[in-house]
Write a protein that binds this ligand. Structure first.
Ligand SMILES: [Zn+2]
Length: 271
């Protein structure tokens, strides 16, 4: 098992590092915004922009091939084409002892629905300013136990691809904010357990799940690295770990690819 994990991590590293302008489904396309250009959009939605660069989130369900973003310059609409490359995500089979967390009973459906609507609303946020001028850091140092994009099976039943990165560490280990922002959710959710949402602005939202304890409250401003909670196994978890996800304009992307793209962007020379 350890060897398989090591091989997975190795191939993951080989694929992602230094290739953020080589976009894959679930990844990022990094685009230098032409001088005087405004309103950079992808699929008719404004994209995240910082320091003269646009970071475009590519949904994991996107078919590889030609794609395009648009922008306005000197009163005219322009199109910029780029290629989305294929990427083979591996399968992961997980056994959950509590069957109610795999196929929830009817009495919790309303709660699940309510929480889902609330989370969708938070992901749709697009604040004017961003608070990540000093980039992102990993929220927890531990053992990566599940990568973004795995095709997942819970007790043999197919579920959505893994939408974040799982990092295992001892229960009670502090978890830090990936970057600066505002806490928009600090609550206990059915699947995610004790959860924090941080809105970093311009459509960038991070989520931290399964905590044993929350250390910040809703509407609180947090800075990069500030402790927001402690590692736990609340919600649908097989052991103490952090599920960390990055949402960009409503699209979940690979947190490692995003963090690298953002850090390259904030250290780049602006236009
Ligand atoms: Zn996870």
């Amino acid at each position: 098992m350890k060897l398989v994990l090591a091989l997975l991590l190795f191939s993951f590293a080989a694929i992602t590092y230094g290739e953020t302008t080589n976009p894959i489904p679930g990844g990022i396309y990094r685009f230098k915004i032409p001088t005087d250009a405004t309103n950079v959009a992808y699929r008719d939605k404004a994209v995240f922009a910082a320091n003269g660069w646009a970071l475009v989130a590519i949904p994991i369900a996107t078919e590889p091939g030609e794609s395009a973003l648009t922008y306005e310059q000197n009163g005219a609409q322009h199109t910029h084409s780029f290629t989305i490359h294929p990427h083979a995500y591996t399968e992961q089979h997980i056994t959950i002892k509590n069957e109610a967390l795999v196929s929830p009973p009817p009495e919790v459906q309303e709660r699940i629905q309510r929480e889902s609507v609330r989370q969708r609303g938070l992901y749709a946020s697009h604040r004017t300013d961003h608070k990540v001028a000093n980039g992102f850091q990993l929220p927890l140092n531990g053992i990566t136990t599940s990568l973004f994009g795995h095709k997942r099976f819970f007790n043999g039943k197919p579920r959505s691809p893994h939408s974040g990165l799982d990092i295992a560490a001892d229960s009670g280990t502090p978890i830090g904010a990936a970057g600066g922002g505002t806490v928009t959710l600090a609550d206990e959710l059915y699947f995610n357990g004790n959860t924090i949402f941080i809105d970093h602005g311009r459509g960038l939202i991070t989520m931290y799940c399964h905590m044993s304890k929350l250390e910040v409250a809703e509407n609180e401003e947090v800075s990069k690295g500030q402790t927001i909670g402690l590692v736990g196994a609340t919600g649908r978890a097989t052991g103490p770990h952090l599920h960390w996800s990055v949402s960009l304009n409503g699209t979940r992307v690979d947190p490692t690819i995003f963090a690298e793209a953002l850090n390259q962007t904030v250290t780049s020379l602006p236009n």
